[in-house]
Design a binder for this molecule. Structure first.
Ligand code: ZN
Length: 113
């Protein structure tokens, strides 16, 4: 999974690829992103939005177990343990065939020069 630490790990070729840092100011509002992806907020608890985890029980959860931080977009699922620090990571979990650069572009993010 890529992040903004300056490298993306290419699991296929087992190498780290240098990559530019994401300009985090260009990442979308996490709540707007969730709505766009059809992930409805079931409950709001302070800075955490609770949604039905699309990865747990095929998304058919009675109790929403995916918590998304409304500012950072970081998320964690208390059922399947999927976690990442931002919306780019969530997008890649939702769309497993989308690579790191394509995921940043898909959410409208840009890189630092
Ligand atoms: Zn889950």
């Amino acid at each position: 999974m890529g992040d903004d630490l300056g490298f993306e790990f290419d699991a296929k070729n087992f190498v780290a690829i240098p990559c530019p840092k994401i300009d985090r100011r260009t990442l979308p509002d996490p709540l707007a992103y969730l709505e766009r992806e059809g992930l409805h907020i079931i409950k709001r608890d302070g800075n955490w939005a609770h949604i039905r985890c699309p990865f747990s029980n095929s998304g058919d959860e009675k109790k929403p177990s995916l918590l998304v931080h409304v500012r950072s977009g970081g998320f964690k699922c208390v059922t399947c343990q999927k976690t990442h620090r931002d919306i780019v990571g969530l997008h890649r979990h939702l769309h497993p065939n989308v690579g790191f650069f394509a995921a940043v572009a898909a959410v409208g993010g840009r890189f630092h020069e």
